[in-house]
Design a protein. Structure first.
Length: 183
């Protein structure tokens, strides 16, 4: 006979999964942080450098969005990496946005338009050399730690993590508003 979980058992099961996820994330961060500290590099600094290494120079506002930190924290992080000469920021002008001439104001009808100015961050030559040396070692360490999972399990883990981050608004609202005895 199949035992159906009670609402209380479902809550306990979800909470255990939550604690396991937090404990595993903390453990993994600790294991991966130590080798980076040998280079006087923090995990957020490494993640920023890895992003810029993988995707090329980025607008600073995009780097902040992708890393999920505030613009000020990103500026502080970039300043620390600039002191090491691993990254450099620059102000660039984006190309002007194309739109119909009839949408231009009377004062701008002469057609001289310029794009917005934005700050971008990119790796310096020294930063590229550093990443060329450190990234393969760090990747090897990650691979070694995750070797306990086979390829299919790693794919499943990635899919589950993405699913948790994306969430399901309808299920969340339904669960959070449901009242049950004993929970």
């Amino acid at each position: 006979m199949i035992h159906r979980l009670t609402p209380k058992e479902k809550t306990q099961k979800a909470f255990r999964a939550y604690l396991d996820l937090l404990d595993t994330a903390d453990w993994l961060k600790k294991e991966l942080r130590m080798p980076l500290e040998a280079f006087d590099l923090t995990m957020p600094g490494f993640r920023l450098m890895e992003l810029v290494n993988r995707e090329g120079a980025q607008k600073i506002v995009d780097v902040a969005d992708k890393s999920g930190v505030t613009r000020q924290a990103t500026d502080d992080l970039i300043a620390r990496l600039e002191r090491r000469d691993w990254v450099r920021r620059a102000v660039v002008r984006l190309p002007p946005v194309e739109f119909k001439r009839s949408h231009l104001s009377k004062g701008r009808e002469d057609g001289t338009r310029v794009g917005r100015r934005v700050q971008v961050v990119g790796l310096t030559r020294l930063g590229k050399r550093f990443m060329k040396d450190v990234l393969p070692r760090h990747s090897k360490l990650v691979k070694s730690l995750l070797r306990v999972l086979d390829a299919r399990e790693q794919d499943t883990l990635s899919r589950i993590c993405r699913k948790l981050r994306e969430g399901d608004v309808m299920k969340f609202v339904k669960e959070i508003t449901m009242e049950r005895e004993g929970e």
